[in-house]
Design a binder for this molecule. Structure first.
Ligand code: SF4
Ligand code: SF4
Ligand code: SF4
Length: 409
């Protein structure tokens, strides 16, 4: 729930620590680097001169620069704002508009699944994607479910005095509804009833592609539901670290929605919430053994949230489970970044170390709290990637129960 305090560009002491840690600078010379396009250029921007550098396009928005800067300079904010201004000046391409509206395809893709999934793998779509839209041809697109999470919710009947609101996000809704079910079942096991505020995509892909107007529209729709939950005094849980970061930090920073700041004390990442229960002696710790070494990748946006690494703590309670925190930084996919043809080599190079570690591991699957990281893990290693909450569900023995319930329906 922490919110970092950032200082302006003139606090930069030119130590270049941000440059050393920037994953893009490590693999390409196309990007001038966080210090140069950030605090250095900001001085000119303030004077209305040389406003933006085209190499900004190559910043993934991972925010590692903010995390490591000893002077607390708001580097990624400076860069993102300049990137938005650049997009305003040059316009947003059709390809980037399509990528940033991926949540709309979720509705369509689910209605027509599994036919959509077959089409997504077809040579025809690959050809269109590559030749006309300049999308990376070798990446696997996530498949759509024919039963979105929001439809499953309609059957959810658990009642409890103890309630939490759940912002599940569009990926859980249309691509990984089992994650939403896992979150709800784990909460239920601990006596909590999930309620579901009216919601849409958080807007992060739109922000990442510079479409502030559309991102703001989605944000305002979300805020309506989230404020209602907050006004009832509910904690608001999220299972995507990117969604959480967008709502907690970016609505105010980039979308001029300062009122969103009052959600900050309500928003809690799901493992953070469960770890809080553990610390209060209220978590059901009757876990079954899971004997494995589990590779775990920390998402950049979890680092930038500044809430620690609660899923490592939580999974550490499961007997037999050894969590192998890989020590990797950006996975390279960075939302829609890795899908773009001109950036895919950079994305793969950034993810190189992660790929190597995953390929060395004997584990059949890995874990990460962000859907983009999980997609990249599957792309780079052919191993399945799961959200840590699915591990907890399994440790409770509820994953099998879930399958049986589905069979009975
Ligand atoms: S946000 Fe990430 S990619 Fe962009 S400048 Fe900072 S460290 Fe580099
Ligand atoms: S880490 Fe911070 S202080 Fe050091 S060069 Fe980068 S912006 Fe400046
Ligand atoms: S950040 Fe969350 S809501 Fe936004 S596109 Fe990704 S999953 Fe959907």
């Amino acid at each position: 729930m922490r919110k970092d305090i950032h200082y302006p560009a003139d606090q930069c002491v030119k130590c270049t620590i941000c440059v050393e840690h920037c994953p893009v600078v490590k693999v390409t010379d196309k990007f001038l680097g966080p210090k140069q396009v950030g605090p250095d250029f900001q001085r000119f921007r303030s004077d209305g001169e040389t406003p933006h550098d085209i190499s900004l396009e190559y910043c993934t928005g991972c925010r590692i620069c903010d995390v490591v800067c000893p002077s607390g300079v708001n580097i990624s904010e400076l860069n993102t704002k300049a990137k938005i201004a650049l997009k305003k000046e040059k316009g947003i391409s059709i390809r980037d508009r399509l990528l940033s509206h991926a949540y709309m395809f979720g509705h369509l893709g689910s209605i027509a699944a599994p036919a959509t999934n077959t089409f997504m793998k077809s040579k025809a779509l690959r050809w269109i994607s590559e030749k006309l839209l300049h999308l990376e041809k070798d990446l696997r697109y996530p498949s759509y479910t024919s039963e979105p999470f929001e439809r499953w919710i309609e059957k959810y009947s658990f009642q409890s005095e103890k309630k939490v609101a759940y912002f599940y996000g569009c990926f859980t809704n249309f691509n990984d509804p089992d994650l939403g079910k896992a979150v709800v079942k784990v909460l239920e096991r601990n006596g909590y009833q999930a309620v579901f505020p009216k919601q849409n995509c958080c807007g992060l892909p739109l922000l990442g592609n510079g479409d502030i107007r559309e991102a703001r529209k989605l944000a305002m729709e979300n805020l309506e539901g989230l404020f209602k939950a907050a006004d009832q005094g509910l904690k608001i849980i999220y299972s995507s670290t990117s969604c959480g970061m967008m709502i907690r930090d970016d609505y105010a920073t980039y979308l001029d929605l300062q009122e969103a700041e009052r959600l900050s004390e309500h928003l809690v990442e799901v493992s953070e919430f469960l770890w809080g229960l553990y610390e209060a002696g209220e978590l059901d710790t009757d876990f079954q053994e899971i004997n494995m070494v589990l590779p775990y990748h920390i998402p950049c946006h979890l680092r930038s949230l500044g809430i620690g690494f609660p899923s490592i703590d939580l999974m550490g309670l499961v007997p037999g489970l050894e969590v192998d925190e890989l020590g990797t930084y950006c996975c390279g996919l960075a939302g829609t970044y890795g899908f773009k043809e001109e950036k895919s080599d950079i994305a793969n190079a950034i993810g190189g170390e992660l790929a190597e570690l995953l390929l060395k591991s004997d584990a059949e699957f890995a874990a990460s709290d962000c859907e983009a990281c999980r997609m990249q893990i599957e792309n780079l290693s052919n191993k399945k990637a799961v959200h840590p909450i699915k591990i907890i569900l399994r440790a409770y023995g509820l994953d099998k129960k879930e399958d049986e319930d589905e069979d009975e329906d």
